[in-house]
Every structure is written in C-alpha cells, then in structure tokens.
Write a protein that binds this ligand. Structure first.
Ligand SMILES: [Zn+2]
Length: 81
C-alpha cells in the first residue's frame, strides 16, 4: 500500500517537474525565435499526422517558427517537384 502511494507521489512529482521544464523550454524557444531574423523559409507540413489534413506553412529553416502561408503557386510548385 505504501509502495503504491510512494509510486504515485513520485510520478506526480516527476510529471510536475516535466511540465515545468516544458513551460520553461517553450518560453526559451519563443525568446530565441523572437531574436531570429528568419533569413530563409521553406514549405513544410505542420500537421500532427494521424489522419489530420496537411497544413502547409512557411517555416523558418533556422528557428522553426511558422512565418506565413505559402502562395498557391509556390505550394503547387513544391508539390510537383
Ligand atoms: Zn527564424
């Protein structure tokens, strides 16, 4: 009984630590992306997969930030490359 509670405690503690780390990492990522000049973007599918419809966006090749939508002609060219 004690072991199970201890296990749940440690899981809870670790998940909270991980969530905290994720938050800090996301904040740092935003800071880095804000400093980037986005010198070059490429068309990339940013959908999560799993049957989700493809989401084509312009993504900075340096920091990975979505910088805009590709024009229909640019997307067409990309798809037929
Ligand atoms: Zn960038």
């Amino acid at each position: 009984m004690d072991n199970i509670e201890n296990n749940e405690d440690s899981i809870k503690k670790e998940t909270e630590n991980l969530k905290d780390d994720i938050k800090k990492s996301e904040k740092r990522l935003e800071e880095i992306q804000a400093e980037c000049n986005h010198p070059e973007s490429k068309i990339k599918n940013i959908s999560n997969g799993g049957g989700e419809i493809a989401k084509w966006r312009l993504v900075c090749t340096t920091c990975g930030l979505v910088t805009g939508h590709p024009s229909p002609s640019a997307l067409d060219e990309f798809m037929h490359k």
